[in-house]
Design a protein around this ligand. Structure first.
Ligand code: SF4
Length: 214
């Protein structure tokens, strides 16, 4: 666990962690170079978030639901918003927060979305002095909620991602592209040009080609 605290001026967007976990270059293109182009997929995601944020709050039995909740952690240096935080009434004075993030697609194999949700939980813990052991991600394509437990390993991964995302944004340097399967679902593939730039001729590649040629 990191003991460093950031100042208000050094806070980065909480969503940058999800971008960094997906691809550090994508994170730098958005948060360093400020490139953000809306594709059909990101528009769909934005509309879904806006719909969630249309309401302020509602109550259902023992659960009070808050929409678009502002978040901040000076320990991780993050600022952002939670789509939804459900507060479950445990007794007259105690409420248990439970963050819920809305995503357009379907559950992913990587941890990007879980890291973003865990960062939200860490913000809530710091702001409200409570422990937040779990939350959920709602995926639009499957229309199902996927519960996430904030165990030690996910917390460690989230803290490490926050640290590395800060380092990347502070450096002001955009890493070169590496073409991988994830590029096909990346909203910045046209600006990044991973196939063209990532395969730029290099002396090393030229020499290895020469060696391979009989
Ligand atoms: S196209 Fe690929 S390398 Fe480029 S930003 Fe997207 S995921 Fe990263």
């Amino acid at each position: 666990m990191t003991n460093k605290t950031y100042s208000e001026d050094d806070l980065i967007q909480l969503s940058a962690l999800q971008h960094f976990a997906f691809c550090p270059r994508q994170c730098a293109l958005i948060h360093v170079e400020q490139i953000w182009l809306e594709s059909g997929l990101t528009a769909e995601g934005r509309i879904m978030h806006e719909k969630v944020h249309e309401q302020d709050r509602e109550s259902r039995g023992n659960v009070r639901i808050e929409y678009g909740v502002p978040l901040r952690s000076l320990r991780l240096g993050l600022i952002g918003k939670a789509d939804v935080v459900e507060f479950l009434r445990l007794n007259k004075e105690t409420w248990q927060p439970f963050p819920v993030e809305y995503k357009r697609g379907k559950p992913k194999l990587d941890h990007c979305d879980m890291i973003q949700l865990c960062a939200q939980a860490i913000c809530l813990e710091e702001m409200l002095s409570v422990s937040v052991p779990s939350g959920a991600i709602f995926y639009g394509r499957t229309r199902r909620r996927f519960d996430v437990s904030f165990d030690d390993s996910l917390r460690k991964e989230t803290e490490e991602t926050a640290k590395r995302t800060h380092q990347l944004i502070t450096s002001g340097k955009t890493p070169p592209p590496v073409y991988e399967k994830r590029c096909e679902s990346c909203s910045l593939i046209r600006e990044c040009l991973p196939k063209a730039i990532g395969k730029k001729p290099s002396v090393k590649r030229y020499l290895s080609r020469m060696i391979e040629t009989p």
